[in-house]
Design a protein around this ligand. Structure first.
Ligand code: GDP
Ligand code: K
Ligand code: MG
Length: 255
């Protein structure tokens, strides 16, 4: 399998990549740019892992975003490992909601597990996995805990397979559904949502999206990009409230 390792900057991608692949790495550059490309191997070379540039969104506005996104869409890896810094879970899940829109299997590596006690964080992994319909493995890339479980799940392919997840409000999902039915390409849901986000490099493929968008914008009194972004934040808030507990012992900061 080809596995794409993807997450925010400082989520622990490189630490995990090194811990998993050890000396079995090739380091080069992405074609045409000076961003480092790291490819490594696990399971005696059976599986290839690519350490993608750290990003916060699948938009095409930075070189890192454009590279990571092009890799996911054009190279179509067999599996995504989405590494999440559990100490900044809201921001991390913003990217996760977009990865969920791609037609690619995904496993979440919930990193920084060694910090949970110190930071007073408690996460109901089972509930979070159920909410996201995605297999989640709690790890510490730094302390190398949870890595065997992560590799076992990958090797045995016992992770939850990709399925479409409706995270937006019904009237937004209805429009996405209309668009998806007319987009005869892989990653149709991703493309439909990027069209609504007015993504500059997604071609409208002849769809009259204004017909769908205008009434929605009128009823929300917001532009469609804001409606979609708020939809993501509302979903993350819901997921968080049902799965994530910050205990605040010792540490009285709030977010
Ligand atoms: P990247 O930007 O996603 O490649 O992140 P890095 O692997 O460079 O890690 C960013 C920082 O987080 C480094 O200082 C790591 O040592 C630290 N780090 C990574 N994983 C863990 C972890 O599991 N626990 C803790 N406490 N720190 C970690
Ligand atoms: K961080
Ligand atoms: Mg890195």
């Amino acid at each position: 399998m080809r596995i794409a390792l993807i997450g925010n900057q400082n989520s622990g991608k490189t630490t995990l990549f090194n811990a998993l692949t050890g000396a079995n790495q090739k380091i080069g550059n992405w074609p045409g740019v000076t961003i480092e490309q790291k490819v490594g191997y696990i399971s005696n070379g059976t599986h290839e892992i690519i350490d993608l540039p750290g990003i916060y969104s699948l938009s095409p506005y930075t070189l890192e975003e454009a590279l990571s996104r092009a890799f996911l869409i054009q190279e179509k890896p067999d599996l995504i490992i989405n590494i999440i810094d559990a100490t900044s879970i809201e921001r991390s899940l913003y990217l996760t909601t977009q990865l969920m829109e791609l037609n690619i299997d995904m496993v979440i590596a919930l990193n920084m597990a060694d910090m949970f006690d110190k930071k007073g964080i408690s996460i109901d992994i089972k509930a979070l996995s159920k909410q996201l319909q995605t297999t989640i493995v709690k790890i510490s890339a730094l302390k190398r805990s949870g890595l065997k479980e992560l590799v076992d799940i990958i090797e045995s392919q016992t992770y939850i397979k990709h399925q479409t997840q409706s995270i937006f409000r019904p009237n937004v999902e209805k429009i996405i559904g209309h668009l998806v039915s007319q987009i005869h390409q892989d990653h149709a849901r991703f493309i439909a949502i990027k069209l609504l986000e007015k993504d500059p490099i997604i071609e409208s493929v002849g769809l009259d999206i204004d017909k769908w968008i205008k009434p929605l914008e009128q009823s929300y009194q917001q532009d469609i990009e804001t409606i979609i972004a708020s939809g993501r934040y509302d979903y993350i808030e819901k997921v968080k409230s049902q799965t994530f507990v910050r205990l605040h012992h010792g540490d009285h900061t709030t977010e």
